[in-house]
Every structure is written in structure tokens, then in C-alpha cells.
Design a protein. Structure first.
Length: 147
């Protein structure tokens, strides 16, 4: 049994090394994600749970920040069932790729609380990581720094 802490804090988290985009090969809610499509501009990867109110609130903020910064956005559901993720996507009107983690990324990146947000550079490497719900300005600033 996996237990997640839901975090409303705004702190930075350790940044993983290597090409994060290469690890985003999970089952998708819609069309499979072509990870090569993420290269060339910054990307936000938001790890969420469908039962976390902070996560649900973060998705529209992340979507606004990514649009404003002309960046990519990917949501990764690290807990819950596929149909729960689909419900959150519909409710929040999220329009980016949505992946369903089978525990692989949760373990690889040692995700013990959500939301957990990675900011990726155009080459796919992580430039920043945040734990807890972030505001759009923080995410836009991190995306600008990732360029």
C-alpha cells in the first residue's frame, strides 16, 4: 500500500538528473505521448493524485503558465484509477498529455507527496522541482529560467 502526503507548501525539491523526457513512456489517457515532441522548448511535468485538492487546483495554474510561456505541459497521475484521472481531466478542462504511472516514475523520482512539479529544459533535463501547489507566476518564472 502506498501512502501519499498531500502538501500545500511551496518549497523546492531536489532536481533529478538526466533526461526526464525519456522516462515519460507511461500509458496515456489519450494518444501515446511522443517524448521527442517535448524537446525544443521548456516543459512542466506535474505529478498529481485525483483525490488531492491541491493537485486539482494546480492543473489549471500549470496550464495557464505553460500557455503564457509557450511551453509544454504533461500531467502524470501517480495514484488512483484511470477513470478517476479522466474525471479530473474533464473537470479541470486539462488539455495536455495525461500519463498514468504504474509506480515507475513515483519510485524513480522518490515522489512521496503531491503535487510535485518538474520544470524541464528544452533538452529534457530538469532545471527545477517544486513540492506543493505553486502559483502561475512561480511556474512562469521557472519556465523562463529553463530556456
Amino acid at each position: 500500500m502506498v501512502i501519499f502526503a498531500f502538501c500545500a507548501c511551496h518549497r523546492r525539491a531536489p532536481v533529478p538528473e538526466g533526461d526526464v523526457t525519456a522516462s515519460l513512456t507511461l500509458p496515456a489517457l489519450g494518444d501515446p505521448l511522443e517524448t521527442s515532441s517535448l524537446l525544443g522548448k521548456p516543459t512542466l511535468v506535474v505529478f498529481v493524485s485525483p483525490t488531492c485538492p491541491h493537485c486539482i487546483a494546480e492543473l489549471p495554474l500549470a496550464q495557464d503558465a505553460a500557455r503564457a510561456a509557450d511551453a509544454n505541459l504533461v500531467a502524470v497521475f501517480v495514484a488512483g484509477k484511470r477513470e478517476n484521472a479522466a474525471g479530473v481531466v474533464a473537470t479541470t478542462k486539462f488539455s495536455g498529455p495525461v500519463l498514468i504511472d504504474d509506480g515507475t516514475l513515483r519510485t524513480r523520482y522518490d515522489i512521496t507527496s503531491v503535487p510535485y512539479t518538474l520544470v524541464l529544459r528544452p533538452d529534457g533535463s530538469a532545471s527545477d522541482a517544486f513540492l506543493g501547489k505553486q502559483d502561475a507566476a512561480t511556474l512562469q518564472g521557472a519556465l523562463a529560467d529553463a530556456r
